[in-house]
Design a protein around this ligand. Structure first.
Ligand code: NAI
Length: 318
């Protein structure tokens, strides 16, 4: 059997760790030697209320099993106090798992400003606040692992979740840039899109499905991505029911109208099949890959006489 991948000496902050996925992450890290800050506001699934009970129960469970953990009951919007809990109890922070979340599902037509703002506050501002407060510690020590928790609703959209979708995909944007800013300080950043039974999904999924979507099926991926042996960064992973897979962007080869030439709506319509043709697609990985595609278009030469000349044809004829 392979050697157990452990987190001895590592300090982990897990937000929203009083229930569901966060609780499982906390139990997994603690069982492998990490010292864990169990953060949870203890409110309802739609954002109301506050209670210390759920975070305290998880801390108690970890301690009973011989692990080390402390509770923090602040909202993720108050990241500095959550990080301070880690510093006060354990002197540092190595790993941040941004997991806390709520839902305010309602069709866009009926969505209130409050429904929008609350979801942004908890998911986007919360993940920002905790990660931003931890960042200087990770930079100074030249070590860090960060997880963001997005959702299929963000990646693909989902009826009734305009607020949640927008917030969840904002986290991927944040992760993408922190990947770049953290890389040379050995701060590695990854994003998961889980599917699991929890109080967030119990009302929208049938019982048979919930029974096989155990939240503890998500934590092993989080553990690996946060382990010092794992060099993955900037990844986006779908995970659930034992399945885990990496996603990436895909771009068609597209069509380039030559510089100095004229093209209009009709020429776009004529070239549309090529613009959307994913045969022989590319997989851009950085903003440079966008810039280079645009530079290719800028460098495309004008061919005299034919103002709607197709450059592919022109190059082929050279
Ligand atoms: P859950 O409701 O069981 O756990 C979320 C925890 O976050 C709760 O304990 C809650 O008290 C805590 N929390 C909420 N607002 C907070 C705040 N302002 N500050 C601190 N803690 C707060 O839900 P679940 O399913 O475990 O969700 C965990 C994460 O996974 C969420 O970010 C959710 O959006 C995401 N997710 C879950 C999916 C699923 O299938 N369960 C699907 C896609 C994403």
């Amino acid at each position: 059997m392979s050697e157990q991948l452990r987190f001895d000496g590592k300090v982990v902050i897990i937000t929203g760790a009083g229930n569901g996925l966060g609780r499982q992450h906390a139990l997994m890290f603690a069982a492998r030697g990490a010292r864990v800050v169990v953060n949870d506001l203890g409110g309802g699934a739609h954002g109301g209320g506050k209670s210390s009970a759920s975070a305290d129960a998880v801390v108690e469970e970890i301690r009973r099993s011989g692990g080390e953990a402390v509770a923090n009951h602040d909202s993720v919007e108050d990241g500095p106090s959550i990080v301070q809990t880690a510093i006060d109890a354990f002197g540092t922070v190595d790993i941040v798992v941004n997991n806390a979340g709520i839902l305010r599902d309602v069709s866009f037509q009926k969505m209130s400003r409050d429904d929008w703002d609350l979801i942004m506050k908890v998911h986007v501002n919360g993940a920002f606040s905790v990660t931003h407060a931890a960042w200087p510690y990770l930079r100074d020590k030249g070590y860090g692992r960060i997880i963001f928790t997005t959702s299929g609703a963000g990646i693909y959209g989902n009826f009734g979740q305009a607020n949640y979708s927008a917030a969840k995909l904002a986290l991927l944007g944040l992760a993408n840039t922190l990947t770049l800013e953290g890389r040379n300080r050995n701060i590695l950043v990854n994003t998961i899109a889980p599917i699991a039974a929890s109080r967030l999904t119990e009302t929208v999924m049938p019982a048979e499905l919930l029974a096989v979507l155990k939240p503890d099926y998500i934590s092993p991926l989080v553990g690996w991505l946060c382990h010092e042996q794992c060099t993955e960064t900037g990844g986006l992973f779908e995970v659930g029911a034992g399945y885990m897979a990496k996603l990436r962007w895909e771009r068609t080869r597209g069509h380039t109208f030559g510089q100095g030439l004229k093209w209009d709506v009709e020429q776009v319509a004529a070239k549309w099949p090529k613009v959307i043709d994913f045969d022989d697609a590319e997989h851009p990985q950085s903003v440079n890959d966008t810039v280079s595609a645009i530079m290719t278009a800028l460098n495309a030469r004008s061919y005299g006489g034919n103002e709607f000349l197709d450059l592919d044809v022109a190059y082929a004829a050279e």
